[in-house]
Ligand binder design. Structure first.
Ligand code: PMP
Length: 578
């Protein structure tokens, strides 16, 4: 029976639905949302949201500890969720399902509780070039701790793990093999069965990062025969802060606890050795995310029928979206996919020749379209592909063909409109407003006046882009590692100078036009100021006055905080040296 109806499915998601009312018919959509960032996290269906609320309203008690009825009810719901997860991934035993904060914590548990105690210097850990940092850094830490060595499986041109290279890389020295079931950038279903079998053939332990797979594929850990499988609820329509470590019982039993505390012990004494609880509780120190677990159960009940449906309607619809989006993007001249061929799931990564990823993502945001730009927590993959970053559209089954069409039209408009490409003559009206980079005392006031005439993100974004045009490019020789600002999504460089009068001047540049505009705004606040003035300046107030706070909070995303930090650091350091 076909259980999947795209319209009914979409209707379950209030955040998407409530944004949807006037979508498409209306031009200049500034308040509607097209959410294409599902690989980062998915939206939640009403029943998952309700379930979390229901727990707090009717069931809230700690689990496993008390003899009162409320605690029994909460514990029952909590453990029922565990058995649902067991069924969801077809694990042999309920003891093999450990609750964690998410995929990241699950991987860290295996790295620290197993790998750290078994690896010897020279042993090898094999992972893949397209891994998420969550499946790289824990292994780098344990390699450092034990003297083990990391080896990397390369990719084919289509973005799959290259199994032809496996025999050269997975050898008798290999003790752990780990890779993503589906890469969060490439959207390819990796040949994990072959990789797991190869790991097994050399006696290595296998861990599969299923973070991007669980929303799309039916998982059978026994048939895969992997030793560990990890995932997060929030990428499969469930709540944040809850995930799963599946591990074969025989391995989990011989692993030491990851954290100590309540619930993970059998006996504690000051005179005798503490003994640990049995599985799975040995790995669940402290009060768990009970509400998250219970809402996760609801999400499994929601998703399982679609994944199990023999008509495959859910996956076929997802594939229809992917094909439609991929083909439409392929027709845009400037689009360059980062690997060849259509992805297996709705994760499409590309760059646009002549444009910075961040500029495009921020311009699309004005159209209400949420896509991601940057390295996507896969810096080694970016290096492997020789790119700084890319754009990523990630689709879910609640997205629609109409949304994709609107996205493509908006993207074409942005590319045609040239607001990203205005020449200096076109923005000459700015010089009338005397917003120039060799800052005068009043430059900041002029910027505030400029922004006081703007309404909404659309016009503010436009002004920022136009301001960016007034920033002279920094000499290439000055754009070096010393002037580079780390923490920015795009590259940015900053140089400072100090006058005899104790005033600072800064020059800066970025490869992203939006950041160049923001640099003009930031430099106006800090140029020709003393170290004390610089350090006392409240950038948040300034951005609030400009009406930018709600759009551009100085966070990692837009790199503003990193730029301001660097300015303050430069001022502090030269202050100390003078
Ligand atoms: N692995 C992959 C492939 C991912 O996409 C992510 C999240 N982006 C993670 C691991 C980490 O998941 P979490 O942040 O939920 O722990």
């Amino acid at each position: 029976m076909n259980l999947f109806d795209p319209h009914l499915f979409r209707r379950q998601f209030p955040l998407i639905e409530n944004h949807d009312k006037s979508l498409i018919e209306k031009s200049g959509l500034t308040s509607s949302l097209i959410y294409f960032d599902n690989a980062a996290t998915t939206q939640k269906p009403q029943q998952v949201i309700d379930s979390q609320q229901h727990y707090y309203q009717h069931l809230n008690a700690n689990v496993h500890r008390a003899s009162h009825q409320l605690s029994s009810k909460a514990t029952f719901a909590f453990e029922k969720a565990r058995s649902l997860v067991q069924g969801f991934i077809r694990a042999k035993s309920i003891k093999e399902i450990i609750w964690t904060k998410g995929a990241t914590e699950s991987i860290n548990i295996v790295a620290q509780s197993l790998a750290r105690n078994t690896l010897k210097p020279g042993d090898e850990i094999v992972l893949c070039a397209s891994e998420h940092h969550a499946n790289i850094v824990p292994w780098q830490i344990v390699a450092e701790q034990t003297g083990a060595v990391i080896k990397v499986l390369p990719l084919t041109n289509n973005g799959y793990i290259d199994v032809a290279e496996m025999d050269n890389i997975i050898t008798d020295r290999t003790k752990f093999v780990t890779c993503a079931h589906i890469s969060n950038v490439l959207g390819r279903i990796n040949p994990i069965k072959k990789i797991i079998a190869k790991a097994k053939s050399v006696g290595a332990i296998s861990l599969i990062d299923g973070a991007q797979a669980v929303a799309h594929l039916s998982i059978d850990v026994q048939s895969l025969d992997c030793d560990f499988y990890v995932f997060s609820a929030h990428k499969m329509y469930g709540p944040t802060g809850i995930g799963v470590l599946y591990g074969k019982k025989v391995l989990l039993e011989c692993m030491l606890p990851y954290q100590g505390g309540g619930e993970m012990i059998k006996t504690v004494s000051f005179t005798q050795a503490t003994t640990f609880n049995e599985l799975p509780f040995k790995f669940e120190a402290g009060t768990p995310n009970i509400a998250g677990v219970i809402a996760f159960a609801e999400c499994i009940s929601f998703l399982t029928p679609f994944l199990a449906d023999e008509t495959n309607a859910y996956n076929l619809f997802e594939q229809k979206l992917v094909n439609h989006c991929y083909e439409a993007l392929a027709k845009i001249e400037q689009v360059k996919f980062i690997v060849d061929g259509t992805p297996d799931v709705g994760v499409i990564a590309f760059t646009l020749t002549g444009h910075h990823n961040q500029d495009i993502a921020m311009s699309l945001d004005i159209y209400g379209i949420a896509i991601r730009s940057g390295h996507h927590c896969a810096m080694p993959l970016m290096d492997h592909l020789n790119i700084d970053g890319c754009l990523r559209v990630s689709l879910a089954a609640y997205n629609t063909i109409a949304e994709i069409d609107y996205f493509i039209t908006s993207l074409k408009t942005i590319l045609l409109d040239g607001s990203l490409d205005k020449t200096n003559e076109e923005v000459s009206h700015l010089s009338d407003k005397k917003v120039v980079t060799d800052s005068t005392k009043n430059e900041m006031d002029e910027i505030i006046a400029l922004f006081s005439n703007t309404k909404g993100w659309d016009s503010r974004h436009r002004e920022i882009m136009l301001l960016g045009k007034t920033l002279p490019r920094l000499d290439k020789a000055l754009r070096d590692d010393n002037s580079l600002i780390s923490g920015c999504e795009s590259l940015a460089w900053l140089k400072s100078d100090y006058s005899e009068q104790g005033l600072y001047t800064f020059v800066a540049d970025s490869d992203a036009k939006i950041i160049r505009g923001l640099l003009v705004i930031v430099l106006a606040a800090f140029n020709n100021k003393t170290a004390q003035q610089i350090n006392q300046f409240n950038i948040n107030d300034y951005f609030s006055r400009l009406g930018l706070m709600q759009h551009l909070s100085p966070s990692r995303g837009n790199g503003l905080l990193a730029i301001v930090d660097k300015i303050k650091l430069l001022a502090q350091n030269s202050d100390k040296n003078n």
